[in-house]
Write a protein that binds this ligand. Structure first.
Ligand code: MEV
Length: 449
């Protein structure tokens, strides 16, 4: 029975590993070896990774691949992707090549503002609070001048400050809502520092007001925090071509393909069950680039899903139109990204990714990420509405199955060649492997025959 432990974070890395392996692993030496095998060979690089988080024991590998041939706003990109799912990079690369021949991706940065709130409780006269807020705004700005100096020098800073009455949703609940421009940084620390300063200034200045009662002065600041929902930090990416330029796929004409594709998007627009999977596919393309470029994929996920529900029902992040012989397919997503700050200068692979993307600024990165999401969705819908998804997916998954079976390279080559013109299933792959080795099929596979 594992024991509880006090002061774990204070132990040395070696001691932590020893404790973990003793407590949870029968073969503790093997557990230790495994963790150490995944250490970086250069102790300096390993130390860097150790210091990203607390209680680091080792590294967790994820494949890092690239999808070439992305033409975005007339510029060619090879997009870095960190992801474990077999078919994602292949799908992105396929879509990129497809649209490269049809004019590529065209993007628009709709807006780049970030938002944060001081959430507080005020039990006094509303008009007095509104009047006080108007008067205190210059003080809020003045007291954050030091915090905002660098950002202002880069063309950003505080854009707007509003007092918001939320009492219809919760008793005595008010907000200071602040809009920010954070230029090429994601800006979370900058925003949160400004909000905490607003809170202090606001309370200090309120205390000095003579026309406020003692009770009115006793506001309760519940919290100061940025919002990861950024409906004013939006990018659009679009592909389009003449319907006749679309490939007839799997025996259907370009016109039929366009209509079927449009219907598939429409289903995701009206049906939350489908919208969730549809958007999950989009996030395959988005998250992989977000992770490769050292951005916060949890923040982006949260924002995208809230945005997908903005009209009161969870819906598709992409849309499609077939009109006057033109096929148009586009995505609109909130992406609060940074190309400076955070991990961007620290993680060597993040630095590599940004170099590969030719050092984009945050707006260019928004365009690249949105296009990757759109490409991913195009590939998924193209497969779903024609051949079905499993053909391509299982082909990519075949190597995972063979690796699980511990197939040799020669066996893998033979089996991959064998499935070139056949549909892969787990049982078919195991069957083929057993046949090649001349061994008994496992019971489960026998039963599926
Ligand atoms: C799988 O990771 C993603 C898909 O399910 C997306 C979709 O259905 O559109 C293929």
């Amino acid at each position: 029975m594992p024991q509880k432990i006090k002061g774990f974070s204070k132990l040395s890395k070696e001691a932590k590993i020893e404790w973990i392996s003793d407590q949870f692993f029968e073969k503790s030496e093997e557990a230790i070896d495994l963790l150490k095998k995944y250490w970086h060979q250069d102790p300096k690089v390993q130390k860097l990774h150790d210091e990203f988080i607390e209680n680091t024991l080792s590294n967790y590998y994820m494949p890092f691949g690239v999808a070439p041939n992305f033409m975005i706003d007339g510029k060619l990109f090879t997009i870095p992707m960190a992801i474990e799912e077999s078919s994602v990079v292949a799908a992105a690369a396929k879509s990129a090549s497809y649209w490269l021949e049809r004019g590529g991706f065209k993007t628009t940065i709709v807006s780049t503002k970030k938002v944060g709130h001081v959430h507080f409780i005020y039990q006094g006269n509303a008009d007095k609070l509104r009047a006080f807020f108007k008067q205190v705004v210059p003080k809020l700005e003045e007291d954050t001048e030091e915090l905002t100096a660098n950002m202002r020098a880069r063309g950003g800073g505080i854009i707007d400050l509003k007092l918001i009455d939320k009492r219809s949703e919760m008793e005595d609940y008010w907000q200071i809502e602040a809009l920010f421009e954070t230029c090429d940084s994601m800006g979370a620390n900058f925003i949160n520092s400004c909000l905490e300063q607003f809170s202090q200034t606001f309370q200090r200045e309120l205390k000095a007001q003579e026309n406020f009662s003692k009770a009115e002065k006793a506001i309760q600041v519940v919290m100061c925090i940025l919002s990861n929902y950024t409906p004013e930090c939006i990018v659009r990416s679009e592909v389009s071509c003449k319907v006749e330029e679309l490939n007839g796929d799997a025996g259907i004409s370009p016109e039929e393909f366009a209509q079927k594709f449009k219907r598939a998007v429409r289903i995701a627009e009206i049906e939350p069950y489908r919208a969730t999977t549809h958007n999950k596919g989009i996030m395959n393309g988005i998250d992989a680039v977000i992770i490769a470029t050292g951005n916060d994929f949890r923040a982006v996920e949260a924002a995208c899903h809230t945005y997908a529900s903005k009209d009161g029902k969870y819906s598709s992040l992409t849309h499609c139109e077939v009109k006057d012989g033109i096929f148009r397919f586009w995505i609109e997503v909130p992406l609060a990204l940074g190309t400076v700050g955070g991990l961007t200068r620290l993680h060597p692979m993040v630095k590599f990714s940004l170099d590969l993307l030719q050092q984009p600024n945050s707006e260019e990165l928004m365009s690249i990420v949105a296009s990757s999401g759109l490409a991913q969705n195009f590939a998924a819908l193209r497969a779903l509405t024609t051949t079905g998804i499993q053909k391509g997916h299982m082909k990519m998954h075949l190597l995972n199955i063979l690796n699980q079976l511990e197939a040799t390279q020669a066996e893998k080559d033979t089996i991959v060649e064998y499935f070139k013109d056949k549909v892969v299933s787990h049982s078919a792959a195991v069957n083929k492997f057993c046949e090649l080795r001349g061994i008994e099929k496992p019971e489960a596979v026998k039963k599926t025959k």
